[in-house]
Design a protein around this ligand. Structure first.
Ligand code: AMP
Ligand code: MG
Length: 429
């Protein structure tokens, strides 16, 4: 057996970021940038008002209350057609450009229209700059806004749009082929024949690929048959940036995936010191123009294939997508075991499926359900921990990480990898 870190290092060293290229900025959501984005414009592009009210020269409000004639109106998208003269006010609405000559805005709540709107009483004296958003206050021309390794999040997409950026250079979204192997597997609702089971890994892995932001490609199910397995993997390598297969990699299995991959690829067969998901095959098979395509041979047991995806495949695929080293792995949080999570020493790290809850924050005295601080994660087993028991995986919000040893007792700290957003525990009554 090799330690988890060694297996991860082996995988990550062989997953090269996909070659970046130009992408229309508005199609870049979720992609990882491969170069700098520099602002060519100021944001906001002009000084404008943050409030509805009256544009004034601050000096004219010094003796407030004062009455000023209203010289016109400026709204968003409709600049003033003349400058504001000394001793005047202009009605102004949020987002409207500040008229030339004005240097402050008095919010409407501190004014009173007089004379049918022809003049206004200003009730407060304001300083220059009051309620103004200066040109370039958010972004300045020439400023480096984003850099290589930054993912285009919704907020960043908004920044690109507000700067008028038409195109960015980004890594492509990895296309990931998913294939199931096994004579026992069937798809569809037909009654099962003796010895058959339904293929659950393929839909699960395709959904995990999509959830992680990659493009899933269904390579189908193949029987335990050498030419069939070879055909599916070669088809995957020809059309995808990476291939995930499940099944056929356990020790003493009818190891056909193994036979095939050893023939067509440069593979390493690992026994990783973790439970579940001990067996992992990983290697490179030649794709178009000899480009190496990573292939992950994930274990067949449904929980194992999911854990293997979460630990290895997801990180490797994120590397293909261009994510930097600090952003490859699911983060580990510090939690508290709400009940004992027992295990026996066996030289492996155990990943225990757990239900997690967050104790309520911001309540009276910020007290959680056990009197702990608000926002604390508490975990308990989600049920049967067999690697075939997908039910407990389906109930789980995360994986508790139990280092080799006897586990943790109730109330003790434990690391947890979150797979879903945990619910907030009901407030104590
Ligand atoms: P294997 O790694 O092929 O020996 O499979 C290990 C276990 O996982 C066996 O019980 C298989 O029947 C089961 N298994 C393999 N592939 C799948 C799949 N796609 N869906 C559900 N169970 C599977
Ligand atoms: Mg099999």
């Amino acid at each position: 057996m090799i330690p988890l870190d060694e297996a991860l290092a082996h995988v990550l060293a062989r997953c090269e970021p996909l070659v970046p290229g130009p992408v229309p900025a508005l199609s870049a959501a979720g992609l990882v940038l491969a170069g700098d984005v520099v602002a060519a414009e100021a944001v906001p592009p002009f000084a404008n008002t943050a409030m509805d009210g009256y544009a004034v020269r601050a000096a004219d409000t010094a003796g407030a209350p004062v009455v000023l004639p209203v010289a016109g109106e400026v709204a968003a998208g409709h600049p003033a057609d003349r400058p504001l003269a000394a001793g005047e006010a202009m009605r102004i609405f949020t987002g409207a450009p500040l008229p030339e000559g004005a240097d402050a805005v008095v919010m409407v709540e501190r004014t009173e229209p007089l004379d049918g709107g022809r003049s206004v009483r200003i009730e407060v004296a304001v300083e220059p700059g009051t309620h103004l958003r200066a040109a370039g206050e958010d972004l300045k021309p020439g400023e480096r806004v984003f850099g290589a390794g930054d993912e285009v999040t919704p907020a960043r997409l908004g920044v690109l749009a507000s700067l008028g950026v038409a195109e960015v250079v980004a890594h492509p979204r990895p296309r990931v082929g998913v294939l199931s192997t096994g004579d026992e597997l069937v798809t569809g609702p037909a009654p099962l024949q003796p010895g058959q089971i339904r293929d659950s890994n393929r839909p699960t892995l395709l959904a995990l690929v999509a959830q992680a932001g990659f493009e899933p490609v269904d390579l189908g199910r193949v029987a335990d048959d050498e030419p069939a397995i070879a055909g599916a993997i070669e088809r995957g390598a020809a059309t995808c940036d990476a291939v995930l297969s499940s099944g056929g990699v356990s020790m003493g299995d009818i190891d056909l995936v193994r036979v095939v991959l050893d023939r067509i690829g440069d593979m390493r067969w690992m026994q990783v010191a973790i439970r579940p998901a001990k067996p992992l095959a990983f290697g490179l098979v030649p794709g178009p123009a000899g480009r190496p395509v990573p292939v992950f041979g994930l274990p067949g047991n449904p929980v194992s294939s999911m854990v293997s995806f979460a630990l290895f495949a997801r990180a490797g695929l994120r590397r293909l997508a261009g994510h930097p080293d600090g952003r490859l792995h699911l983060p580990r949080y510090r939690a508290v075991a709400a009940e004992p999570l027992a295990r026996r020493p066996d030289g492996k790290v155990h990943f225990v499926r757990v239900v997690a809850t967050v104790t309520p924050a911001g309540g009276p005295g910020e007290q959680g359900d056990a009197g702990g601080p608000g926002g604390e994660l508490r975990v308990r087993s989600s049920g049967g921990q067999g690697s075939h028991q997908l039910g407990a995986m389906a109930r789980a919000d995360g994986l508790a990480v139990l280092p080799d040893g006897d586990g943790v007792g109730a109330g003790e700290p434990v690391e947890v990898i979150l797979l879903a957003e945990p619910p907030t525990a009901a407030s104590p009554s």
